[in-house]
Design a protein around this ligand. Structure first.
Ligand SMILES: *[C@@H]1O[C@H](CO)[C@@H](O)[C@H](O)[C@H]1NC(C)=O
Ligand SMILES: *[C@@H]1O[C@H](CO)[C@@H](O)[C@H](O)[C@H]1NC(C)=O
Ligand SMILES: *[C@@H]1O[C@H](CO)[C@@H](O)[C@H](O)[C@H]1NC(C)=O
Length: 754
């Protein structure tokens, strides 16, 4: 590292019109005006376009011209040439990054649009453009959010933000879906409004259908229509949705398996959430309210201890009248005020070491949320992903547009030194740093100081390279956010942390600093991917950090699936308040999420998958291949027999020596196991979750498939591990479309909550 004075000097020379008040933006969105010099490092087509402004393709946005064909061409083209190559997102993970940008305006459509993998459909957030179905609209779907024929389970890297979809000109009885969005992880749906005629029974806002694994959909508002959102998914987190004058706000299909709904507001709806069709699984609903809506939730009717349907947790729900109906009977009337949890399903409580669950058909339990995690109304803090729309273009810096400090993002050049100077300078000057699409190679730690706001274009990659990241016994961060004791702003949005190399000493991201307000240190729509290769850890949240971490997929493909990829997913040792909202963490060797010595941590949905190669017949038994470089916080698997391949498998959740831990919605999937990676059924893995020596731990909605012990525990000071929640006592009904698997659901684990 060079001395700070060096950067401060440089900062002064790079400063552009930097009075704080100049931040206030009045003239449209900076993204439309910034230099567009992103490149697709994955193609040989040197004319490939990353940025496509629909108006450059002939769209008028005047509310009268049919813009369907022009916009579809902007989506499809590889390089903009007439009759040129059509992009194929294919099944590749990141093959064709593109942003299709909509300036403000009303775009009339008589034909539905179809998205392609890798594509961001993005509007001007300062005045969101409207995609409006014409009265003669021909199709059943206005916007199909995933490629035609794409299987939802492998539909990655789709994004839709800052748009309004409108069907108010379409006859109310005509069947139309505004957005079909059957996608999985590494996708973003954010800041979208759906506008339908009030009472239009034929109109549905959003449909997710088939098998899919999305993580988060956030800041969505829906007006009118018959159904706001028709939901199916293996797992899902909804955050901050607003429904006004919708018939049924959310129709939960019987294939919604594990979901967390946070911050929903319903006004003038008939039913807020209809989950009467039953199915397997668990639903947690937090911090939500209704007005002029007679019923908040219609729940499934049957639930027995070993054939569970629809287990439920409700916290901080403010209603007019009826909160939960089962059939036509009121199961709960009135609000569930802060400090109380209403629980339906199997509960583990008390201190007996071999407890079996008690099945509740609905009871209120006193609960607590750490003061550091909630706002003045007792709701968990939330923050919308930053667009930086309040910034003027003069306060946005394109990292590839500074002639004296060339940065290439070409996947080959070492961008570390110049990027570091630019980042220090931008933090000094209060500038937003824009990273055009590309692959930014880093050979040493990149330090992100307080004052940083980094935003990427269609998930540009940070790619670590070289000897600095090779020493397993002395791991090093690629991205280090702040130093211990730093307080301020450091945000990263829309990036991919990526490697294909063997870097056993690599920690992708380390966070040391705390936000001066919740969310001021935040990660939004950032993902981790290892394809081949080996690395130590995705993210390490150190004790001095306070981070808001939203919509993040940390995964290994190739390796990770067929052999070791990342050693661990997220390691949380933070003690200053942590929010994790819609996290997918998969295939890591030791654990998916490790909360150790931590304090005050909220986790919304956590989706995890086992490493497919672990399990029966595997000989590389955890903690191998990391056995001689374990951190003090790592699981040792000392509770397993030396050759027990079903026990020596990654834990989905490992929570030790922590206090104030509130968990909602564990979706822990063991689809395949062993060297043949055959489909699992039954006892594929011995232990899913380990809770040891915690206080004030509230774990709601633990869902597993094919794990014998759902929760293994140790009490204070003890070292004997006890199976505290076993699958056989918590069977769920088989998952629709996955009947081979053996699902199980616990509504509440409260045995370390005192
Ligand atoms: C859990 O146990 C405590 C102490 O016995 C009791 O007060 C509480 O009602 C129980 N809660 C549930 C949800 O079973
Ligand atoms: C508290 O947070 C909730 C959920 O984000 C939000 O609806 C509410 O407006 C917030 N209240 C205050 C006072 O900030
Ligand atoms: C957890 O706490 C226990 C009891 O205080 C202590 O003995 C143990 O060393 C701690 N574990 C770790 C890994 O720090």
């Amino acid at each position: 590292m060079r001395p700070l004075s060096f950067f401060v000097g440089l900062a002064a020379s790079l400063a552009v019109a930097a009075s704080p008040l100049a931040d206030r933006n009045t003239g449209g969105y900076w993204y439309e005006k910034v230099k567009h010099n992103g490149i697709n490092t994955g193609t040989t087509n040197s004319n490939y376009l990353v940025y496509r402004n629909v108006k450059d393709f002939g769209a008028k946005g005047d509310g009268t011209t049919d813009d369907s064909a022009a916009i579809q061409r902007a989506i499809n083209t590889a390089d903009g040439s007439t009759g040129g190559t059509v992009r194929s997102g294919g099944a590749s993970l990141t093959g064709a990054p593109a942003v299709v940008y909509f300036p403000s305006g009303t775009y009339l459509l008589n034909t539905g649009l179809k998205n392609i993998m890798g594509t961001v459909l993005m509007g001007d957030p300062t005045n969101r453009p409207v995609l409006k179905a014409g009265s003669g609209f021909r199709d059943a779907v206005l916007l199909t959010g995933q490629a035609a024929g794409s299987v939802g389970l492998v539909a990655f890297f789709y994004e839709i933000k800052n748009l309004v979809l409108d069907s108010t000109a379409v006859a109310p009885a005509k069947a139309i879906t505004l957005l079909q969005y059957s996608v999985s992880q590494a996708c973003q749906l954010s800041n979208v409004m759906l506008n339908m005629p009030v009472g239009a029974t034929g109109h549905t806002g959003i449909v997710t259908a088939g098998q899919l694994m999305p993580l988060l959909m956030n800041e969505v508002s829906i007006f009118g229509g018959g159904v706001g959102y028709s939901a199916t998914a293996l797992q899902l987190h909804l955050k901050n949705w607003y429904f006004k004058d919708v018939g049924t706000g959310i129709k939960v299909s019987d294939t919604l398996t594990q979901a967390t709904f946070q911050g929903l507001r319903f006004e003038g709806c008939t039913v807020a959430i209809d989950a009467s069709s039953g199915g397997s699984g668990h639903l947690s609903i937090l911090d939500s309210s209704v007005a002029n809506t007679p019923t908040f939730l219609v729940a499934a009717t049957t639930t027995t201890p070993t054939n569970l349907q629809g287990s439920l947790v409700l916290e901080n729900i403010i209603v007019d009248v009826s909160t939960v109906k089962i059939g036509t009977t009121n199961a709960l009337t009135g609000s569930v005020t802060p400090g109380t949890t209403w629980i339906r399903g199997n509960i583990y409580n008390g201190t007996a070491s071999t407890a079996s669950p008690s099945l509740s058909n609905g009871l209120k339990h006193t609960t607590s949320r750490p003061a550091a995690l909630v706002n003045s109304t007792g709701a968990y803090y939330t923050i919308a992903p930053p667009t930086y729309e309040e910034y003027d273009i003069s306060n946005v810096l394109n990292v590839k547009d500074i002639p004296d400090l060339p940065v290439r993002g070409d996947g080959t050049t070492d961008d570390t030194p110049n990027l570091q100077i630019i980042i220090m300078s931008a933090a000094q000057n209060g500038q937003v740093l824009f990273f055009p699409q590309g692959a930014y190679v880093l050979t040493d730690t990149l330090h992100i100081p307080p004052g940083s706001r980094l935003i990427g274009e269609a998930w540009p990659r940070f790619v670590p390279r070289g000897d600095k990241f090779k020493n397993a016994k002395n791991p090093k961060a690629m991205i280090r956010v702040g130093n211990p004791g730093d307080v301020g702003v450091a945000q990263m949005s829309d990036f991919l942390f990526y490697t294909a190399e063997t870097l056993p000493g690599l920690v992708m991201v380390e966070v040391n600093m705390a936000g001066d307000e919740p969310g001021n240190v935040g990660f939004f729509n950032t993902h981790f991917l290892i394809i081949g290769g080996l690395a130590r850890l995705c993210a390490h949240l150190k004790p001095t950090s306070s981070v808001y971490w939203e919509n993040s997929w940390a995964t290994g493909q190739g390796n990770g699936v067929t052999g070791p990829g990342f050693g661990g997913g997220f390691l949380v040792e933070a003690r200053m308040g942590t929010w994790m909202v819609g996290i997918g963490t998969e295939h890591h060797v030791l654990y998916q999420l490790n909360i150790h010595g931590a304090k005050d941590v909220y986790v919304g949905l956590e989706q995890g998958e086992s490493p497919y190669w672990q399990g029966q017949g595997n000989t590389l038994l955890a903690p191998a291949p990391f056995a001689d470089s374990l951190f003090p916080s790592d699981p040792t698997f000392s509770w397993c027999g030396a050759t027990d391949a079903k026990c020596r498998m990654a834990l989905y959740q490992f929570v030790t020596n922590s206090t104030g831990i509130n968990l909602y919605g564990g979706a822990f999937w063991n689809f395949r196991a062993g060297p043949s990676q055959s489909l699992c059924s039954g006892d594929c893995q011995t232990n899913a979750v380990l809770y040891e020596n915690n206080e004030k731990l509230y774990s709601y909605g633990i869902g597993t498939i094919n794990d014998r012990n759902m929760v293994l525990e140790t009490g204070p000071g003890g070292n004997v591990k006890t199976a505290a929640a076993v699958r056989d006592a918590n069977f769920g009904v088989p998952l629709v479309g996955f009947t081979i698997h053996r699902p199980a659901f616990v509504a509440a684990y409260l045995r370390q909550s005192l």
